[in-house]
Design a protein around this ligand. Structure first.
Ligand SMILES: NC(=O)c1ccc[n+]([C@@H]2O[C@H](COP(=O)([O-])OP(=O)(O)OC[C@H]3O[C@@H](n4cnc5c(N)ncnc54)[C@H](OP(=O)(O)O)[C@@H]3O)[C@@H](O)[C@H]2O)c1
Length: 343
């Protein structure tokens, strides 16, 4: 494919998600180009580069200081994102940083400030937001198909990772609030299209490793709307949410991590008359979509000034990081945390 003025990407970290989803999407995008791949070990960067026919490889610094790239993709452990993102931004590179962007609200603010000071953009990689199924949900809500929306219920969890995985390492920003709880939290903010006022969060730590593996939280939004969030590592796979309204309920079974060839289904339940027999179910199929590709296209086109992204990258990153911080504070103190307490 001949690409016209693509954003040239350097990859920081030869991760599983880079290999499986993000590098293939960069290669597919007509607005992005793969330029260089960096790793802590030269052998790994060489292997990845040959796998993807990438001309250049090297260390993380070789990527960050490569004059021919415009953007970096960071998919290293969460606890390492902030330093790498700020180094790249200071070198004048736009940053696409994997979720969770970082493990503290303070470092999130530093990341955004550093990007602004260097006139580059920074985006947290919540690709699920770019899947058209959520736009359809939003359309059903806006058209009052389920009346006034009142609560959101979201859960995301899966079987355990092998021992030694980055997610079980506290120093690397591990734990499953950062890894998977962050998705339904982000989805509730997207569905209500506002920020929660307060958060109460309970977590359960792994008996041996000092990281959270399960947790549940209540987010209270304006007018007593609530979001109930559950995440669990070591459980049967779940990636769902329901939006419950006065006249119906919308359910998504595959809300967060969706393979690009997977046809998703939205289940809409509503009443056509006010009785149990008057309940109707409608299944709405959404065509298979590569949400990584959609996100990369949006990132590149927004930077090129060709479109306006539906999500303001920096504001979104900060708002999400603030809600995540409220979770940490709530579990540290055992109290309900009001978002206005955090600044
Ligand atoms: N958006 C999504 O769907 C999605 C899905 C999965 C994961 N993620 C996110 O992507 C990131 C990576 O997750 P992953 O599961 O793909 O991880 P992974 O396979 O374990 O890869 C992480 C990479 O980070 C680099 N790294 C740097 N410092 C490291 C250290 N001290 N220990 C281990 N690795 C280190 C390594 O690359 P080098 O050896 O090449 O330096 C390693 O390959 C995380 O932020 C995660 O939350 C996103």
């Amino acid at each position: 494919m001949n690409k016209l003025n693509p954003l040239k990407f350097g990859i920081i970290g030869c991760s599983r998600i880079a290999r499986k989803s993000v590098i293939p999407a960069i290669l597919k995008s007509e607005f992005a180009e793969l330029e260089i791949i960096g790793s802590r070990t030269i052998e790994k960067s060489e292997k990845f580069s040959s796998e993807f026919n990438c001309r250049k490889n090297g260390t993380y610094d070789d990527v960050i200081f490569d004059d021919s790239i415009n953007a970096v993709y960071i998919s290293t452990p969460i606890g390492t994102h902030a330093e790498l993102a700020m180094k790249a931004a200071s070198a004048g590179k736009h940053v696409y940083c994997e979720k969770s962007s970082t493990d503290s609200f303070t470092s999130a603010k530093e990341m955004v400030e550093c990007s602004k000071n260097n006139n580059v953009r920074i985006m947290e990689g919540f690709m699920f937001r770019f899947h058209p199924q959520h736009q359809k949900v939003q359309e059903l809500i806006n058209n009052k198909k389920i009346g006034n929306i009142d609560s959101f219920n979201g859960s995301f969890g899966f079987p355990s990772f092998p021992e030694g995985d980055i997610r079980y390492n506290k120093e690397l920003g591990g734990g499953f609030l950062n890894d998977s709880g962050c998705y339904p939290i982000c989805a509730s903010r997207m569905i209500f299209d506002e920020e929660p006022l307060s958060v109460f969060y309970h977590k359960y730590n792994h008996p041996k490793m000092d990281v959270d593996v399960k947790g549940t939280s209540i987010l209270i939004y304006k007018n007593n709307k609530t979001a109930n969030i559950t995440y669990a590592n070591g459980n049967y796979y779940q990636a769902k949410y329901d939006v419950w309204g006065s006249d119906g309920i919308i359910s998504l079974d595959r809300a967060y991590s969706v393979p690009s060839d997977f046809i998703t289904k939205i289940n809409l339940q509503y009443n056509i008359e006010n009785s149990w027999n008057g309940r109707k179910n409608k299944i709405i199929e959404i065509p298979a979509t590569d949400h990584f590709l959609k996100m990369i296209d949006t990132f590149c086109m927004e930077i090129a000034g060709k479109i306006k992204s539906p999500f303001n990258f920096e504001e979104e990153l900060l708002n999400q990081a603030k809600v995540m911080e409220a979770h940490r504070r709530s579990s540290d103190t055992g109290k309900l945390i009001h978002l206005e307490e955090l600044n």
